[in-house]
Design a protein around this ligand. Structure first.
Ligand code: UDP
Length: 323
C-alpha cells in the first residue's frame, strides 16, 4: 500500500515507518519538523516538509501522491503544555486534522489510522480500562483528541472514511536506529535515562501523594515497536473501530526509576515535586479487543526491554538526532 504518514519524522511515526517498509509498503512522510527530525526520516521514504495547517499544500500533496491510506501521527501531545496553551492543541489536533481529512475526501482516500490516546478517558472509574470506558477528558490534549475521534465518526458516516482510532497508553523504548528525542523532554523514561547518563542532576517525581500504593502515578508503558505493529495490522481493516494499545501492566514512577537503576547500574537521584495539573493517578489498558480483532500481541513491552532498548539508543545517541 502507498501510505501517507503525518508526523513520520517524530518518535512514534519514524519507528512505524521502519515497520511499514519491513512489511513491504511505500511511504510518503509529511512533517513540519517542529517536533520531528529530518535525520529520523527513513531514507527510502518520500519526505515532504509541510504543516497540517497549510490546507492548500496538503491538498496538493494528496493530489500528487494519491495515497491508499493515511497514518496520522502529527499533533500536539503533552498534557502539561495543553493545560497552559489549549489554543494550539485545538488548532493543530482538530483544525489540522480536518485539513487532512478533507484532502482524503477530495482524493478518494478512505483509510485513516489515527493516534488517539488514553487521555480521552480522563479519570477512569475502573482500571484496567477497556474501550467502553466513558470518555471524559480532564485536559485539553485529551479533549482535542476526543473531538477528532468524533469528527472521524461523522466522516465515516457521511463520506465513507474508514477510521481506526488507536488509543495509545505510554509509548516508550526504541528501535535499533530510532528513539525518543524531544527538543524539550517532559516524558518520564527519557528523563530517568538522562539522569543516569549524568545529563540531569535528578529525576523530578511529580506527585507522591496520588491514590496509588506508593503515591506516584501509574502508567502502562508500551514499546514503540509494539505500538507500530498495531498500525500495520490496522491498515487491513475495512470498518471503523477504536482500540486501546497498552500491555495491561501498570508501573509507578518509582517502579520505573528502580528498574532503570538495575538496568543502567547508575544511582539516579530523585526529587519530589508537586503533582502536575491534569495528571490522572492510574492509567492501565485492557487491550483484549486489539488482540482479538487484529491479532495484535505485544512482543517487546516488558519494562526491562523498554528501558534496555531506550538506554541503548540514548547511549548511542547522547544528543539524540543532533550532531
Ligand atoms: N513524570 C515524573 N517526572 C518526569 C516526567 C514524568 O514524575 O520527569 C510522571 C508524570 O507526572 C506521569 C508519569 O510520570 O505521572 C508519566 O509521564 P509522561 O510525561 O512520561 O507521560 P504522560 O502519562 O503524561 O503521557
Amino acid at each position: 500500500m502507498k501510505v501517507f504518514v503525518t508526523g513520520g519524522a517524530g518518535y512514534i511515526g519514524s519507528v512505524c515507518v521502519e515497520e511499514l517498509f519491513a512489511a513491504g509498503h511505500e511511504v510518503v512522510v509529511w512533517d513540519n519538523l517542529s517536533e520531528g527530525h529530518k535525520a529520523a526520516v527513513h531514507p527510502r521514504a518520500v519526505f515532504l516538509q509541510g504543516d497540517l495547517l497549510d490546507r492548500d499544500l496538503l491538498m496538493r500533496a494528496a493530489q500528487e501522491h494519491r495515497p491508499e491510506a493515511v497514518i496520522h501521527f502529527a499533533g500536539k501531545a503533552l498534557v502539561p503544555e495543553s493545560m497552559r496553551d489549549p489554543s494550539v492543541y485545538y488548532r493543530v489536533n482538530v483544525s489540522g486534522g480536518l485539513n487532512l481529512l478533507d484532502s482524503m475526501v477530495a482524493t478518494g482516500c478512505k483509510k485513516i489510522i489515527f493516534s488517539s490516546t488514553c487521555a480521552t478517558y480522563g479519570l477512569p472509574e475502573r482500571v484496567p480500562m477497556d474501550e467502553s470506558t466513558p470518555q471524559k477528558p480532564i485536559n485539553p490534549y485529551g479533549h482535542s483528541k476526543l473531538m477528532f475521534e468524533q469528527i472521524l465518526g461523522w466522516y465515516a458516516q457521511i463520506h465513507g472514511v474508514i477510521p481506526t482510532c488507536l488509543r495509545y497508553f505510554n509509548a516508550a523504548g526504541a528501535s535499533a536506529e530510532r528513539g525518543e528525542h524531544h527538543r524539550v523532554e517532559t516524558h518520564l523514561i527519557p528523563n530517568v535515562l538522562f539522569t543516569a547518563m549524568g545529563q540531569k542532576p535528578h529525576v523530578e517525581v511529580f506527585g507522591e501523594q496520588h491514590a496509588t500504593p506508593d503515591g506516584t502515578c501509574i502508567r502502562d508503558y508500551i514499546h514503540v515497536r509494539d505500538l507500530a505493529s498495531a498500525h500495520i495490522l490496522a491498515l487491513h481493516r475495512e470498518q471503523p473501530g477504536c482500540f486501546n494499545v497498552g500491555t495491561g501492566n501498570g508501573f509507578s514512577v518509582r517502579q520505573v526509576i528502580d528498574a532503570a537503576r538495575k538496568i543502567t547500574q547508575k544511582e539516579i537521584p530523585m526529587q519530589g515535586r508537586p503533582a502536575r495539573p491534569g495528571d490522572p493517578p492510574k492509567l492501565v489498558a485492557a487491550s483484549q479487543k486489539l488482540q482479538r480483532e487484529l491479532g495484535w500481541k505485544p512482543v517487546y513491552s516488558s519494562l526491562e526491554q523498554i528501558l534496555g532498548s531506550a538506554w541503548a539508543w540514548h547511549q548511542a545517541h547522547p544528543r539524540g538526532y543532533d550532531r
